[in-house]
Design a protein around this ligand. Structure first.
Ligand code: 5GP
Length: 187
């Protein structure tokens, strides 16, 4: 059986990390923890949410994939890819559309037996803005991120992925998480 990498794509505030952490507990699948130069948000834990590093440290780490988002660097270290598959044949990764596409290409070139599955988490943009404010992001940052989502035309990527996970904002988080797990288990 080939390994699977579920690449979870969606703008900032779409709930990607919440759904992944819920699904990890339900499925026992691994997760690739990325490295970033971004400052941790309130409640984020180094080594769990990301490996938080300085730009100088980032540049010294051998990365298999790197992207820049909202002025910060994000990347995947080879050791974190290996680590994700220690206990399971499947792993999650929260990543940009471009990052997931470069994985598809890279794994093919390297002849790696890892199937990349892209899933776009679709949440309406007004809801994203509300969530960013609610989680304590500075208003300036919220404006910048919303503008960035529009500039990057992130919603256009929705039509290029393997699966779209449409979030019904009227449902409870628990219900949405369960629907997400259902989708993952069906793939
Ligand atoms: P945030 O700062 O909101 O946690 O993440 C910003 C964006 O960077 C999100 O779209 C997230 O999916 C993406 N991202 C996180 N880690 C990586 C990574 O290792 N590589 C790439 N290409 N994107 C990442």
């Amino acid at each position: 059986m080939s390994k699977k990498l579920f690449c979870i794509i969606g703008p900032s505030g779409s709930g990607k990390s919440t759904y992944v952490s819920y699904a990890r507990k339900e499925t026992g699948y691994g997760e690739i923890i990325s490295t970033t130069t971004r400052i941790p948000r309130i409640g984020e834990v180094n080594g769990k949410d990301y490996h938080f590093v300085t730009r100088e440290e980032f540049e010294k780490i051998p990365m298999i994939e790197v992207d820049e988002y909202s002025g910060n660097l994000y990347g995947t270290a080879q050791k974190d890819l290996d680590h994700a598959y220690v206990n399971s044949q499947c792993a999650f990764m929260v990543i940009t559309y471009e990052g997931a596409e470069s994985f598809k290409k890279l794994f093919k070139e390297l002849n790696l037996d890892i199937e990349v599955i892209t899933i776009f988490v679709y949440t309406p943009i007004e809801e994203l803005e509300k969530r960013m404010i609610h989680r304590g992001d500075h208003l300036e940052k919220v404006k910048e991120r919303i503008q960035n989502i529009k500039n990057r035309k992130e919603y256009e990527n929705k039509d290029k992925v393997d699966y779209i996970f449409e979030v019904d904002v009227n449902q409870t988080i628990e219900d949405v998480c369960q629907l997400f797990v259902k989708l993952i288990k069906s793939i």
